[in-house]
Write a new protein. Structure first.
Length: 301
């Protein structure tokens, strides 16, 4: 099968490589010259423009998008829309908001173009291990493109599937990432408590390695944590700044809209936001309050 790939960031490039390893032909476009050159050097076909990409694909076309959520995706789709024909299929594998995916699917349906939203997990390890794929859209389109999903997934019969209508794939991925926030925060807090118990001189990397086998808290995330602790036990040189890519915020907002309590995910998001405040006004004001009502010492910088 010949597939068009739009976006050759690290994950998009790796997905294209896995598709080619599986026997698919991939034509890819990226706005960056270096990304296109790197892809071509690895045996792929790089298109210089979106027009060239669409022209290179036989009808009915299948294009997989790996782009940042929001305006970048909308702008690219606006450019692609007049080039596509009835029967073509777009697959959005980025971390889009599910409401955007529902809107886009409705718009493209009026053109006779299928729009699948595919929540994609696997990170930089997906090239070798396969990707977890949560797909929203019509059953017929998913079934027709089964060879693509089977190639990208860890195995033909697991790690992927249609989870519902348009928007469902990105909704499932949003919740997936919200859960990920909570898991990461729990591991980080647990190891932080142990790191502060100096009198026991705990071997954090060793403990993580023990927990990897037989423990009820074992996971792939713990495997990666163990590797990180082994490489840098004291986390030297790493700034305590934790970004978020949006899905955690959307998950918390959805929980609020649905009146569903989600304290762990919500607090894990708050902790990420807090990590970015290098000179917290709130913390400084709290210290000043204690000084005012209790005469407590206020630590100066």
């Amino acid at each position: 099968m010949k597939i068009g790939m739009v976006g050759l960031g690290r994950m998009g490039a790796n997905m294209a490589q896995r598709l080619m390893r599986g026997g698919h032909e991939v034509v890819a476009f990226d706005i960056g010259n270096e990304a296109r050159e790197t892809f071509a050097a690895k045996g792929g076909t790089a298109a210089e423009t979106l027009v060239a990409l669409v022209t290179a694909l036989p009808a009915p076309r299948t294009l997989w998008l790996m782009l940042p959520a929001g305006n970048v995706t909308d702008s690219t789709l606006d450019q692609l829309a007049p080039m596509l024909q009835r029967g073509d299929t777009l697959i959005d594998g980025g971390n889009a908001n599910y409401k955007d995916s529902q809107r886009r699917a409705k718009d493209f349906a009026q053109r006779g173009v299928e729009y699948l939203d595919c929540g994609t997990s696997g990170g930089i390890w997906g090239l070798e291990n396969g990707y977890s794929l949560m797909i929203g859209g019509s059953e017929a389109a998913v079934d027709r493109l089964r060879p693509i999903f089977e190639t990208l997934a860890p195995a033909k019969d697991r790690g992927w599937g249609r989870v519902g209508p348009s928007g469902a794939g990105h909704f499932a991925k949003m919740i997936h990432n919200g859960i990920e926030y909570g898991l990461m925060q729990a591991y980080a807090e647990g190891f932080s408590i142990m790191e502060h118990k100096e009198d026991l001189d705990l071997d954090l990397a060793g403990i993580a390695e023990i927990w990897r086998h037989g423990s009820v808290v074992r996971s792939w995330l713990l495997d990666l944590t163990a590797e990180a602790l082994k490489a840098n036990p004291s986390m030297d040189g790493i700034a305590p700044h934790v970004p978020d890519s949006g899905e955690g915020r959307w998950t918390v907002q959805e929980a609020i809209d649905l009146d569903v309590p989600a304290p762990v995910i919500t607090l894990s998001l708050v902790q990420r936001l807090r990590s970015r405040d290098d000179a917290s006004f709130a913390d400084r004001l709290l210290s000043a309050m204690r000084g005012q009502f209790g005469g407590h010492a206020v630590k100066k910088v």
